[in-house]
Design a protein around this ligand. Sequence first.
Ligand SMILES: *Cc1c(COP(=O)(O)O)cnc(C)c1O
Length: 381
Amino acid sequence: MGEGGVGDRPRVSSLKPRLLLGPGPSHVPARVREAMARPTLGHLDPQFLALMDDVAQRLRALFGTVNRVTFPVSGTGSAGMEAALANVLEPGDTAIVGVAGAFGQRLSEMVTRMGARAVRVEAEWGRIVEPGALLEALGQHPEARLLAVVHAETSTGMRQPLEELGAALRGGETLFVVDAVTSLGGIPVEADGIGIDICYAGTQKCLSVPPGLAPITFSERALKRVRRRTRPVQSWYLDVTLIERYWGGERLYHHTAPINLMYALHEALVMVEEEGLENRFCRHNTVGIELHRALEERGFTLLAQEGYRLPQLTAVKLPGGREEAALRARLLDDYGIEIGGGLGPFKGTLWRIGLMGASCTRANVRRFLRATDELMGGGSG
Ligand SMILES: *Cc1c(COP(=O)(O)O)cnc(C)c1O
């Protein structure tokens, strides 16, 4: 043992827990953590294969789809994004992307890196991307391989309306791709009802599982497009035609599934079923709106356009243009509460408060407001 000993090196066992009220990860319930601590099985163990089938079935219910190809990508939400795009895009293709925040920007950057052309339809951060503007872009680019939007824009707290887009794209040649990373499990997604071809999510937002898996679903129309590619999917790891052979009947080894994370996801999906989807949406909605009102009473300004505000992610400007970073650091240090700051143009001027999954409780809202009131020098609460 060297000088200084091991005492000053970090150990996982001495990490202080935090109340996670940021843009993700959200609070992971003990049940999910305990599931994750179960003994690791082999990725071809019949017990594990049965668990995978049940995960897929539960994910279908959550996505509101009957799509056969529905599974969690081994990777975080961004891996889901990458898988959604890489499987259907080829160099030279055109993709229409709605951009009204950091995650729309990420989508558009991925499209470009794949050698495809991103037709960006932009909106001011906090506002929705007008469906009419997206469809106008489609009119100008009928060759577009896909049209992609972010359902819950976590950088601004905006909920993007999907119905009109889904209806317009149905039966055409352009696939509808939706980022549901922050929406799945928090607000209704209804992939089949809306007409989404590829929808992906993440586990650490409204599902309250540690980060590391990205549930995704592909419609038959999307799979047909994958089969018609002129060259193989550039990403071997994310190639759905290969992954499908492990998740489907063949059980052909592709990569070693993150076994223990799958346990966690399964347990969380059981918890979703126990609560009931409608109850879960209702909880997010009620608690989220309560936070919106309480913050407005205290002079905070909600960033997202009225009528399109997410209950599970609230982005607010501070009263009197106050600097946010120091206050946010004190929330963490003195109160053990984690929230997020602004991204991009809102760096330094925004708080982003997540009420996702297990983090979404009235008690957590009260604890956050009490701390905020003390920090801001006695609010109206
Ligand atoms: C968090 C998030 C992502 C990226 O997910 P990671 O798990 O951080 O890779 C993508 N899209 C949206 C809308 C998100 O909120």
